[in-house]
Design a protein around this ligand. Sequence first.
Ligand code: THU
Length: 129
Amino acid sequence: MDNKTLFRRAKVACERAYAPYSDFHVGAAVLTASGEVFEGANVENASYGATICAERVAVSKAVTEGHKDDITAIAIASSGTDTAFPCGICRQFIFEFGDDIRIIVGKDEAHLEEYAISELLPNGFREFS
Ligand code: THU
């Protein structure tokens, strides 16, 4: 699946965000080696710190469906007008499942950028490495 198609999936997922506090909708689409896609959106909470980001929802869905070892890419889209990069916690969360996972972001589908998670999170933490 190409980056534009995956980004479009993230954009659609964005519409399913639960974000009554920030009104900032984020969508993420995780691609596996076999071509499966797992979508997620941010889910906020009245106790703000309990909010979970779109990326962690999507990665958790993939991992709990058996894809801990074959996540190849994650596209991230938002309701904002500029590029939404994954937050620090999400970078570490993604890094857990591979240093070569490709991160696809952009302000729209015509301006996509691609990074390896290890570029966005140099020297990410691993307990056993
Ligand atoms: N958010 C994400 O979903 N992903 C990120 O990488 C950063 C922020 C969400 C959390 C919150 O619901 C909203 O964006 C505003 O911070």
